[in-house]
Design a protein around this ligand. Structure first.
Ligand SMILES: Cc1ncc(C[n+]2csc(CCOP(=O)(O)OP(=O)(O)O)c2C)c(N)n1
Ligand SMILES: [Mg+2]
Length: 378
């Protein structure tokens, strides 16, 4: 039987902090400022995403997939990178972007439907630094990022560059062919790539135990000769520690690593999803007790790295930063709704013509459901 039955998460993971914040392993070598930065990043990411969710509910943001409750995984992984490295995120790794300084206003303008060129024009990097890690745009087609990451790593290897390419894959996306192609190629050619499986135990409505009959996702690396690890994905110190080793090894010519970070999707898949339709809340309640921010906060307070007063003043600064991003993003013009039909395949299928006609009617103030004329539908 799979290790994570639907009922209980597996405990077979590398961990530095227990869910209550007590230390169970040797912590990584990070100074107080670095620890505070990790904490700040998780808090800022959560506040930003919660605000974006509210903006989605009021119609300003079209859709968002939050990493709420999973922040430690993308963050711990991204923090292991060095300036000049490459990161290929999906749609649920916001804490990685926040850590490396991808500006919140630009991220929000993107969620609000502004096109990249418009964002560049209205929120340029003129008087602020560009992120020192190279981020690809977020990938939506599942698995497509993985061969691209291997290509990036191979290019660096062939050019004798000491840069590392790091990417993410969801538990569900390990069922894509691209995942297997990428790990196989990475293993054979020993490229400097690091693959992080953000196992949040759900692929929309499909639970992990229906996704694979393997005992762990990590062991999939064995089939390709890729060293693999399994980590508590809600323990930012354990994630960082494991990924730092993997990134350092890749940089030193040691080849790729596959790391499974076990976490849980405590929220909806995205704002078009309603999880109560396909799962009950019992397990979610348990995972809320393992929250990555609460755990890290308890540790930092106990170690004297943070005080309650500092946490309070951070919260005020975070509110201000998020509000400033909202104000700036609201100034960026949205793209024309019909732009969504551009750059699709070659030409336009009848489905797209139909949808375009429907959209036009809606923009003209008609209700496409009740005022259907059949016009534009050949
Ligand atoms: C190739 C492809 N097939 C299907 C989809 C639709 N889709 C979007 S997210 C998703 C589930 C992905 O689950 P997982 O890989 O576990 O990532 P998570 O959303 O849980 O982070 C699906 C099926 C897609 N975006 N791309
Ligand atoms: Mg998943």
């Amino acid at each position: 039987m799979a290790l994570w039955s639907e009922e209980r998460p597996s405990e077979d993971v590398h961990r530095v902090l227990e869910p209550d914040g007590s230390l169970v392993g040797d912590p990584p070598d990070l100074d107080d400022d670095e620890l505070r930065e990790l904490y700040w990043t998780m808090k800022l990411t959560r506040a930003f995403e919660d605000r974006a969710l509210r903006m989605q509910r009021s119609g300003e943001v079209s859709i968002i997939s939050r990493c709420r409750g999973e922040e430690a995984t993308p963050l711990g992984a991204a923090a292991a990178l060095d300036p000049g490295d490459w990161c290929f995120p999906l749609y649920r790794q916001r804490s990685a972007l926040v850590y490396w300084g991808v500006p919140l206003d630009r991220q929000l303008a993107n969620l609000m439907g502004a096109e990249p060129e418009t964002v560049d024009e209205h929120l340029p990097f003129d008087d602020r630094p560009e992120p020192p890690v190279n981020f690809s745009p977020g990938y939506i087609p599942l698995g497509a990022n993985l061969p691209n990451t291997v290509g990036s790593a191979l290019a660096d290897k062939l050019n004798d560059r000491e840069t590392v390419s790091l990417t993410f894959v969801g538990d569900g996306s390990t069922s894509e062919g691209d995942f297997h192609d990428a790990l196989n190629f990475a293993g054979v050619f020993e490229v400097p790539a690091v693959f992080v499986c953000q196992n949040n135990q759900w692929a929309i409505s499909v639970p992990a135990h229906r996704q694979t009959a393997a005992e762990t996702f990590a062991q999939k690396g064995d089939a390709y000769g890729v060293p693999n690890e399994r980590v508590d994905g809600n323990d930012v110190l354990a994630v960082y520690q494991t990924l730092k080793d993997a990134v350092d090894r890749a940089r030193d010519g040691g080849g790729p690593t596959f790391v499974e970070c076990v976490t849980y999707r405590v929220v909806e898949h995205n704002t078009a999803d309603e999880p109560s339709v396909y799962r009950d809340d019992d397990l979610r309640e348990e995972w809320l007790e393992r929250d990555p921010i609460d755990r890290f906060e308890a540790y930092l307070l106990a170690e004297g790295v943070l005080t309650d007063d500092e946490i309070e003043s951070m919260a005020a600064d975070i509110d201000e930063e998020v509000q400033a991003a909202v104000d700036a993003a609201r100034e960026v013009p949205r793209s024309e709704p019909e732009r969504m039909f551009d750059n699709h395949l070659r030409g336009e299928s009848w489905k797209e013509s139909h949808q375009r006609a429907e959209l036009r009617r809606e923009l003209d103030g008609e209700n496409p459901f009740t005022d259907w004329t059949g016009e534009g539908f050949e």
